[in-house]
Design a protein. Structure first.
Length: 255
């Protein structure tokens, strides 16, 4: 409608004033598409205000800071309307997986599988732990959202393949995967715990002395993760993790 009206007026003006219509059209088409203000011809910003990466980064910053988090509060922090935010991200589940992708993009992951299945599992579980331990407050959101991140799924798929390479059947591999992931998650959550989380302990008691030794070592949480992961990998390798029979009568691999 606008284009038709413009051409109609142009015809009237050029006919009445004997002006070269071709010259006017040529001049108009040579005008720049965006103005110096950085906005395009229809008044929209030349650069997008929102992107999924910016949304994920803002959400992660809010959660890490311990601020009350909701899609509405996230929109306020981005200085956009809530409907504008939902145009880019449908719901919290999608947001959680955008954050998963963001975290994994920041990790140093071996680009191809490591030949030794133990070292492959160690490297990948450590990647998961680093994400949890760097952002422990994020865990609640992630645990409440189905995993659909292709980047995260690729990591778990590599762990599953490595566990098969270790000689585990699928059910045993599922148990091992759950144990490893739960261990990384639990240790990662420990990074949000304060030094006095044990409360008051009786001076001179064994617990008091042990906690004191722990608190004097700022890197103890990482050491605990490495020691625990070594123990789990050794248990998988030896078959000790699967000793006995699971409920239902299914025999665990190696027994």
């Amino acid at each position: 409608m606008i284009c038709i009206t413009y051409l109609t007026v142009l015809d009237i003006v050029t006919d009445s004033r004997k002006i070269d219509k071709g010259y006017i059209v040529k001049t108009m088409t040579e005008l720049p598409e965006t103005a110096s203000s950085g906005r395009n011809a229809v008044g929209r910003p030349a650069v997008a205000v929102l992107s999924t990466e910016r949304i994920a980064e803002a959400a992660l910053e809010m959660i890490d800071g311990g601020r009350d988090f909701s899609m509405r509060s996230l929109a306020r922090s981005l200085e956009v309307s809530t409907p504008s935010l939902y145009y880019h991200v449908q719901n919290k589940n999608e947001l959680a997986n955008l954050i998963r992708n963001l975290l994994i993009s920041r990790q140093s992951i071996p680009p191809s599988p490591i030949e030794d299945w133990v070292e492959e599992v160690r490297a990948l579980v450590t990647t998961i732990w680093e994400a949890y331990s760097s952002h422990p407050r994020l865990v609640v959101l992630l645990m409440d959202s189905p995993l659909s991140s292709t980047a995260a799924t690729a990591i778990y798929d590599r762990i599953a393949k490595a566990l098969r390479k270790a000689g585990l059947d699928d059910y045993s591999a599922a148990i091992a995967l759950e144990v490893l992931d739960g261990f990384a998650l639990g240790n990662g959550l420990g990074h949000v715990r304060s030094a006095d989380s044990w409360g008051d302990t009786e001076p001179g008691s064994a617990l008091h002395d042990v906690i004191g030794a722990w608190n004097r070592r700022p890197g103890a949480m990482k050491v605990a993760f490495e020691v625990g992961l070594n123990a789990l990998l050794n248990q998988i390798r030896s078959g000790g993790m699967f000793s006995g029979v699971v409920p239902g009568g299914d025999t665990i691999a190696g027994k």
